[in-house]
Design a protein around this ligand. Structure first.
Ligand SMILES: Nc1ncnc2c1ncn2[C@@H]1O[C@H](COP(=O)(O)OP(=O)(O)OP(=O)(O)O)[C@@H](O)[C@H]1O
Length: 233
């Protein structure tokens, strides 16, 4: 088994009128919490979609767990989209049951535990949940899957500090980094800094840097924001 869960080899992704990624080569280690950072439109979501097999590279190759990325790997990948994809008329419990039916590797006990940890009312309909509680529910659905790779596109965006904190706490409590790797895009760099192992900086579709957060702190005496300013000049 390769030490790397994800390998990009000279990947370029062009949409119809837009080059989203230019010649990216990248190896992401297993068992880490990895942050993808960079300005709006830099290509972070496109990286996650390539890994999930939702879009294909225009050139180059993307490998996940040693195999070429494609939608067939969906059973090994949990993908939390930026979009609101919950069904409004289901209750919280029905939403969880529905997902348990969709995915063989869904851990119902873990989902229930997280639901009480996050104080979500199982009987409440999705349409009546606050934005924060919808964010929490999405996190439960994402983390309750027993899969080696969890992708999260902006899990904290637009949520208030309390919700962001409860999501970060649930990542610490419920992630199994012996078995799982998380790759998340985020703009909330200062908030995720304490839990990230590795950070990858992207700008204008190009790789601008990759480092261990511990090393940024210990060797360079920098915060993640300072490191970003240095790399995304
Ligand atoms: N389906 C698409 N068709 C055309 N262009 C697209 C498509 N998806 C993304 N793009 C373009 O590709 C570039 C990279 O977009 P991407 O969503 O990957 O960036 P991002 O770093 O995730 O941005 P943000 O932080 O704003 O979410 C942007 O210029 C965007 O407009």
């Amino acid at each position: 088994m390769s030490d790397y869960i994800v390998e990009f080899n000279n990947v370029t992704k062009e949409y119809v009128r837009q080059v989203a990624l230019q010649n990216i080569s990248l190896k992401l280690p297993r068992g880490k919490l990895i942050g993808l950072v960079g300005p709006n439109g830099s290509g972070k979501s496109t990286i996650l979609k390539l890994i999930a097999g939702l879009v294909r590279p225009s050139r180059g190759s993307v490998r996940v767990n040693g195999r070429q990325a494609n939608r067939m790997l969906a059973s090994e990948i949990s993908y939390l989209s930026e979009l609101d994809v919950l069904y409004p008329f289901y209750t919280v419990a029905e939403t969880i049951d529905f997902n348990a039916g969709l995915f063989r590797n869904f851990d119902m006990a873990k989902a229930r535990e997280m639901m009480s940890f996050m104080q979500l009312d199982p009987g409440k309909k999705v349409k009546d949940l606050s934005k924060g509680n919808r964010g929490r529910l999405k996190i439960i659905l994402s983390l309750a899957r027993q899969v080696p790779l969890i992708l999260m596109d902006e899990p904290l965006s637009g949520l208030d500090p309390l919700v962001r904190d409860s999501i970060i706490q649930s990542l610490i409590s419920y992630l199994d980094l012996e078995q799982q790797t998380v790759i998340m895009t985020t703009h909330e760099v200062t908030e995720v800094e304490p839990i990230l192992d590795t950070v990858v900086a992207i700008q204008n579709g190009q790789l601008r840097g990759m480092a261990e957060v511990e090393e940024i702190r210990m060797t360079h005496g920098q915060s993640l924001v300072e490191w970003m300013k240095h790399n995304l000049a």
